[in-house]
Design a protein around this ligand. Structure first.
Ligand SMILES: [Zn+2]
Length: 300
């Protein structure tokens, strides 16, 4: 997977894995959102975690269908983005339902006793079937691989901290540093990749950034409402979102921001968190506004 997603970093990552004796271990059928760095360098992940991420990626696609057009429209007309008004639009209800249904399935998958214990949502291909032929779904497939790579890199950094005995005293700082390590591995040598592969640098940057946004947004689903503002071991989700977005240097109206804003608005709506009516100055500004809304709701 590292080879497919970040070939320009393959040697570096493999040598880190080797020198810190990190092992990736698939554990079948544990419930709960499961990906962690356990003792002795083992990075454990449950097969269903990948399934959840895959479903979440499709939810992102629905969110984009549901909100990007409206956001574009109100922005170009200088109107306010008003969620209550948007809900009144004819097709909107169905789009919202599609999104909520997937999120609920992801959560149900969490408590299912075994992977055979629940029904796979209609219309969504299975991850095991490989890369879909449909162009949009194929893009989703690539994003899942990238987001998974991001999560693995995050866990790898935990293993490195442990193996070096250099973990920060503050667990929250360790989490943020693992996020930063993963993002840096994904984003900072794209030029090398582009000159070797011929893929345009800005497109690669956008795709990888979106996969990181997806991973980061997934935390808002994996985290119970009362923990959104952080726990003793995990930083507040809005802080991680802020840090993730803070690393992205793309133009204010890049599709990246539109993707993040659409997904975040859909998530806020699903969690019944108020998103105030507002003018859309830029996609970036709207994305930042979603973080503020999440922060305010988390503090309550
Ligand atoms: Zn972590």
């Amino acid at each position: 997977m590292f080879e497919g997603v970040i070939p320009e970093r393959l040697d570096e990552v493999l040598s880190l894995i080797e020198s810190h004796s990190a092992q990736f271990r698939r554990v079948d059928d544990k419930s709960d959102f499961n990906l962690d760095a356990g003792a002795f360098g083992a990075i454990q992940f449950a097969q269903r975690f990948l399934g959840q991420l895959w479903l979440f990626d499709f939810a992102g696609l629905y969110a984009l269908h549901s909100f990007s057009g409206v956001i574009f429209f109100v922005k170009s007309r200088g109107l306010k983005f008003d969620i209550a008004e948007i809900d009144g639009l004819p097709e909107q209800k169905e789009e919202n339902n599609c999104f909520s249904k997937i999120i609920k399935t992801i959560q149900r998958l969490n408590s299912a006793e075994s992977k055979y214990d629940f029904a796979w949502p209609a219309g969504i291909p299975k991850l095991q079937e490989g890369k879909p032929k449909d162009i949009e779904q194929a893009a989703v497939f690539d994003l899942v691989l990238m987001a998974t790579t991001y999560f693995f890199l995050h866990e790898l950094k935990h293993v490195i901290f442990k193996s070096e005995g250099s973990s920060p005293e503050d667990r929250l700082i360790e989490e943020m540093e693992c996020d930063a390590f993963a993002a840096e591995r994904m984003l900072s040598k794209i030029r090398d990749y582009s000159s070797a592969s011929g893929y345009p640098e800005d497109k690669v940057f956008m795709k990888r950034s979106i996969s990181i946004a997806l991973g980061s947004a997934f935390l808002a689903v994996a985290t119970p409402r009362h923990n959104l503002d952080g726990t003793a071991t995990h930083p507040a989700v809005h802080d991680r979102w802020s840090a993730t977005l803070g690393r992205i240097e793309l133009e204010e109206d890049d599709s990246y921001w539109l993707y993040f804003a659409s997904l975040a608005i859909a998530l806020l709506k699903h969690r019944k968190i108020t998103f105030p009516s507002q003018l859309v100055v830029s996609y970036k500004q709207l994305a930042v506004a979603t973080i503020k809304a999440l922060e305010e709701a988390s503090n309550k």
